[in-house]
Design a protein around this ligand. Structure first.
Ligand code: PLZ
Length: 444
C-alpha cells in the first residue's frame, strides 16, 4: 500500500527548502533549542524505501538513511506490520520489572549473529551512546580496572562519558563541563594520511607503544574501537590493524569493545563489520542505529562471563528494550537472517565503488575513495596535495541538497562526503543520485 503511495523517484516541485519547510523552520527557530543542529532544514512528512517526501511535496533521494539507521528502508512493510501489531498489544512494562518475550528474542538473535565462537549474552538500551556507556561500565566491572583507550577520529556519542571518548571536542564536548576521567586517545590507522607504506600491524604497534608508554596496562579495562569509523570519515584501518590490537589486548587482560553502532547490522555486507578482519576478536559489541528500522533500541552483546560480571540491578533503565522497538528489531533481524540484505549491501558497494573511483580518476579534488558495502566515502583534497578541502565538500553538498539528493558529510577535517543509503535503494535511484553528486564535483 505504502509502495504505491510513494514512487521511488526524485521529484522537485519547489525550491529546496520550499515555502512550507521555510515556514516550519521559522516555528522551529523560536521553539527548539539552538543547540540542536540543522543540516538541511527540509521538513519530512513521509518516506518509503529510499525516498523522503517533504512538506512541499518534493521527493528527495536519501543517501544518509538518518545516519545509517534506515538500512532496511523507510517504512519497510514487515517493520510497519510488526510495530502496528505490537503497539496495539503492549507498549511498556519495564523489562526488569515484568519481562516480555521479544526482548529475549532480540538478545538471542544478537548472541547468535555477533562474531565469536563463545557463549554470549546481551542487554538492551535506547541509544548508541547508552550502549557505549554500558559497555564501559560492564568492562570496568568485569576487570575491576578503570582505564579506557579510544582512537583518534573516533565518535561514540553525546553523553558526558561518550563525548569524552570522541576525538573532536568541538562541537561535542566544548563548554559542556568536565570530561570523564581515565579516557585516553591513541593513534588510529588512517591509510590515506599515515606514512606511505605503513602496514596495519605497524599502525597497531604505534598505538600499542603509545598505550604502554602513555597509559600503562595495569589499570586498563578496555579498548573501544569502531571497526570502520563513522563520523571520523569511514576510516577503514589497514589490514592487520584490528587483529594485532585484539591479540595484544587479550595477551594483556584488556577487553576489546567493537563499537558497531554505525558500521554494524548488514551495513557493510556482513552482519557486523568486525567480521571483515580475520582474527579480530572483540569481546563486547555495541549495536544500535540500523537494528530496528528507525525505532530506538540499542544493545551490548558479548562474552557471557563479562556480561554477567555486573550485579543484578546494575544494568538497565526505564525504556531499554521497549517492546515496540524490540518488535521492530525482530522484524529487521529476521529479514537479514532470511537473506538478501547483506547481499544487497555488496551490490551497492559495487556500484558506489565503480562510480566513486571513476570520479577520483577524473577529478583531482577527490583524494581518496574508501569504505565497505553500503558505507563508502570520498575524501576531498586541494588538488595535488593531501590538504583537506572543506569548501569543495560544502559546494558539492549544497548542489546535491538543492537537487533533492540528501547526502552527509563526515571527517575530522569536515572534508568527507559519506554514502550510507538505505539498502532498499534501487540501482536507478543510486545512479541518479551519483549523477547529481558528479555534476556538483564537475562544477567546482
Ligand atoms: N557510536 C560509532 O556513529 C552515532 C551521531 C549523530 P546515538 N553517530 C551519529 C549526531 O551528530 O549526534 C554513534 C556512532 C558510533 C555511537 C554513536 C552514538 O549513537 O544513538 O546517537 O547515541
Amino acid at each position: 500500500m505504502i509502495e504505491t503511495l510513494i514512487a521511488q523517484e526524485r521529484k522537485i516541485v519547489t525550491a529546496i527548502p520550499g515555502p512550507n519547510s521555510q515556514a516550519l523552520h521559522k516555528r522551529r527557530l523560536s521553539a527548539v533549542s539552538g543547540g540542536v543542529g540543522a543540516t538541511l532544514p527540509v521538513y519530512i512528512e513521509a518516506a518509503h524505501g529510499a525516498i523522503l517526501i517533504d512538506a512541499d511535496g518534493n521527493q528527495i533521494i536519501d543517501l544518509g538513511a538518518g545516519i545509517g539507521v534506515m538500512s532496511i528502508g523507510h517504512t519497510n512493510e514487515q517493520v510497519v506490520a510488526a510495530v502496528q501489531e505490537q503497539v496495539a498489544k503492549l507498549t511498556h512494562t519495564l523489562f526488569a520489572l515484568t519481562p516480555y518475550e521479544n526482548y529475549v528474542e532480540v538478545c538471542e538473535f544478537l548472541n547468535r549473529y555477533t562474531p565469536g565462537a563463545f557463549k554470549k549474552k546481551s542487554a538492551l538500551f535506547n541509544s548508541g551512546a547508552e550502549a557505549v556507556e554500558n559497555a564501559v561500565k560492564i568492562a570496568r566491572k568485569a576487570t575491576r580496572k578503570n582505564g579506557i583507550v579510544v582512537f583518534d577520529h573516533a565518535y561514540h556519542g553525546r553523553t558526558n562519558l561518550t563525548f569524552s571518548m570522541n576525538f573532536k571536542s568541538a562541537p561535542y564536548g566544548n563548554g559542556f563541563g568536565p570530561t570523564a576521567a581515565s579516557i585516553q586517545h591513541v593513534p588510529m590507522s588512517y591509510p590515506f594520511r599515515d606514512p606511505e607504506g605503513m602496514t596495519g600491524p605497524e599502525a597497531a604497534q604505534r598505538a600499542i607503544t603509545y598505550i604502554e608508554k602513555r597509559v600503562g596496562v595495569e589499570d586498563l579495562a578496555a579498548i573501544v574501537i569502531e571497526p570502520i569509523q563513522g563520523e571520523g570519515g569511514f576510516l577503514v584501518p589497514a589490514p592487520g590493524f584490528l587483529k594485532t590490537l585484539s591479540d595484544w589486548a587479550h595477551a594483556n587482560g584488556v577487553i576489546v569493545v567493537a563499537d558497531e553502532v554505525q558500521c554494524g547490522i548488514a551495513r557493510t555486507g556482513k552482519w557486523f563489520a568486525s567480521e571483515w578482519e580475520e582474527g579480530f576478536e572483540p569481546d563486547l559489541f555495541t549495536i544500535a542505529k540500523g537494528i530496528a528500522g528507525g525505532m530506538p533500541i540499542s544493545a551490548v552483546t558479548g562474552r557471557a562471563e563479562i556480561m554477567d560480571a555486573s550485579h543484578p540491578g546494575g544494568l538497565g533503565g526505564t525504556f531499554g528494550g521497549n517492546p515496540v522497538s524490540a518488535a521492530a528489531a525482530v522484524a529487521v533481524l529476521k529479514q537479514i537472517e532470511y537473506g538478501g540484505v547483506n547481499e544487497r549491501a555488496m551490490q551497492i558497494e559495487a556500484i558506489l565503488s565503480a562510480r566513486l573511483n571513476a570520479m577520483k580518476a577524473k577529478y583531482p579534488v577527490v583524494g581518496d575513495v574508501r569504505g565497505r558495502g553500503a558505507m563508502m566515502a570520498i575524501e576531498f583534497v586541494e588538488p595535488g596535495t593531501r590538504n583537506p578541502n572543506k569548501p569543495a565538500v560544502d559546494a558539492v553538498v549544497k548542489h546535491a541538497h538543492s537537487n533533492a539528493v540528501l547526502v552527509l558529510t563526515a571527517g575530522t577535517y569536515y572534508n568527507v562526503i559519506r554514502f550510507l543509503p538505505p539498502l532498499a535503494i534501487t540501482d536507478e535511484l543510486l545512479h541518479e543520485a551519483l549523477d547529481v553528486i558528479e555534476e556538483g564535483i564537475s562544477k567546482l
